[in-house]
Design a protein around this ligand. Structure first.
Ligand SMILES: Nc1ncnc2c1ncn2[C@@H]1O[C@H](COP(=O)(O)OP(=O)(O)OP(=O)(O)O)[C@@H](O)[C@H]1O
Ligand SMILES: [Mg+2]
Length: 461
């Protein structure tokens, strides 16, 4: 069943706000009124509203900002803008920015209700469409993504809504959470699905090679450029370009990328011809780019270009409901692949899995189950088949090594724990920084920074 429609009303004039809210409730909608744009954005970022009715003129945060916030946090919501008499230009501008409709003051409640009712009919139609579609192809398109948690369902819901738009998507999440899987799902559920899906791993390449990879080069552009080569932007024409680990790119590449994104134009290295492409951009990072912007490491203008539609994938430990169903699906997959009949996972092994924090997220779970299926001797996966890390988590020594004295406030305790945790990982990896970072589920660069902050540099090789 389709839920009761929810409406948010943002207006600083109390009389207007209350009368609209009351009229919407009388019509059978769930309605909430707030008096400032700031409160409005807060509501939009937290709840799902089908319709947002906002005054254009609000102190501090105005109606245009509400449209932006709605596109960002709740792209399915439809915004109706209330504008002053005679301000058609601003109304048109609001529609360009993404508002769904507008209504000019003074208006009667009936006029507004007609607009809202039309929107609701549209919503029901959309719902029917989605339902139909979901029965036909979403089952296939999303079959790679196993989940049951509300948090992941919200992510998938958002993915379905934004897939077939041209919007740039920024996927964030820790290592192994499924960022690439989501990027794939977005492409394969867009009308570009039969066109190229091109991936660039930005962290894997040094600056000059990355530039050549992205934009291509002309023959003779540099030593070794024996013939012309097309870049990934060109190869992705009419399709999707997936820029993985975007947080790792150097300032020089950031500038070039910004221009290519703004204008969808660029030149090959050593070339003079300006090429223009039609490419949908999806990028992913484990980093908190906003913090990187504050720290001056990532360009703010590029950040806003990329963060049009943010999709955050929560770490597995924050959606523990997913652990066992993903584990089961991996168990089935690896059992079939390796021709080893496995009936399932024993109760004790399930308990260990559910309680383990999975710093390497789904990828770590995948490897743990693959290993358990290959090495195990019984029909059910047993605790002893699980990885040392999962077992060590229960190891008494490990627990005892965490000196808990409650003598310091939580932030300091967390700092100390982090230091010990990192030092232990480095020690166990015999000083191999790459392996330690993998184990901790963070990038090498993040590990390096954390070591520096904790004064652990000397322990690394
Ligand atoms: N919900 C899920 N259901 C099934 N498999 C999943 C799910 N999430 C992730 N995986 C699997 O886990 C592995 C890691 O996923 P993916 O490569 O997409 O993660 P990532 O976030 O891009 O990681 P990294 O930051 O390290 O690049 C892949 O093999 C992927 O198929
Ligand atoms: Mg990835």
């Amino acid at each position: 069943m389709i839920d009761q429609p929810k409406i948010l009303i943002i207006d600083d004039e109390p009389l207007m706000r209350i009368s609209i809210t009351d009229a919407m409730i009388a019509e059978g909608y769930e309605a909430k009124g707030v008096e400032s744009g700031r409160e409005g954005i807060d509501c939009i970022s937290k709840g799902k509203y089908d319709v947002i009715i906002t005054d254009l003129k609000l102190p501090e945060v105005d109606g245009m900002e509400i449209v932006k916030a709605s596109l960002k946090y709740s792209p399915k919501s439809k915004v109706i803008m209330i504008t002053a008499y005679g301000s058609v230009d601003t109304a048109v501008e609001a529609m360009k920015q993404g508002a769904y409709d507008y209504i000019t003051k003074p208006f009667s409640m009936d006029e507004l209700l007609i607009v809202v009712r039309r929107l609701m009919e549209f919503r029901e139609l959309e719902y029917e469409n989605i339902k139909l579609k979901s029965e036909i192809d979403i089952k296939y398109a999303f079959e790679g993504i196993v989940s049951t948690s509300d948090k992941m369902q919200d992510v998938l819901e958002k993915v379905k809504v934004i897939a077939d738009t041209a919007s740039t998507v920024l996927i964030t999440g820790e290592s192994g959470t499924g960022k690439e899987l989501i990027a794939n799902a977005i492409h394969h559920n867009s009308s570009r699905k039969d066109n190229p899906f091109i991936k660039v791993s930005c962290a894997a390449l040094p600056e000059t090679l990355l530039e050549a990879e992205l934009f291509g080069y002309e023959k003779g552009a540099f030593t070794g450029a024996l013939k012309q080569k097309k870049g990934r932007f060109e190869l992705a024409h009419t399709g999707t370009l997936f820029l993985d680990e975007i947080g790792e790119i150097s300032p020089a590449i950031q500038v070039k990328l910004l221009r290519a994104l703004q204008e969808r134009r660029f030149e090959r290295l050593g070339g003079t011809e300006t090429l223009s492409v039609d490419v949908r951009i999806i990028c992913a990072t484990q980093r908190d780019l906003k913090t990187e912007v504050k720290r001056g490491i990532f360009r703010e203008d590029l950040y806003y270009r990329l963060n049009v539609v943010p999709v955050h994938i929560p770490p597995l430990r924050e959606r523990k409901e997913d652990i066992l169903i993903i584990a089961n699906s991996f168990a089935m997959k690896f059992s079939a692949q390796n021709n080893k009949p496995i009936q399932g996972i024993s109760d004790k092994a399930r308990e260990l899995l559910v309680n383990y924090p999975f710093p390497g997220n789904v990828r770590e779970l995948e490897h743990a189950i693959e290993r358990a299926v290959i090495l195990g001797n019984s029909r059910e996966i047993q605790p002893s088949d699980l990885s040392d890390d999962i077992l060590a988590f229960y190891n008494k020594d490990f627990k005892a090594s965490m000196k808990v004295s409650y003598s310091e406030p939580l932030p300091e305790a967390i700092e100390h724990f982090e230091k010990e945790y990192i030092a232990k990982a480095i020690e166990e990896a015999h000083g191999n920084k790459t392996r330690a970072a993998e184990r901790l589920g963070i990038s090498r660069k993040t590990l390096w920074e954390k070591c520096k902050n904790h004064g652990l540099e000397k322990q690394q090789k």
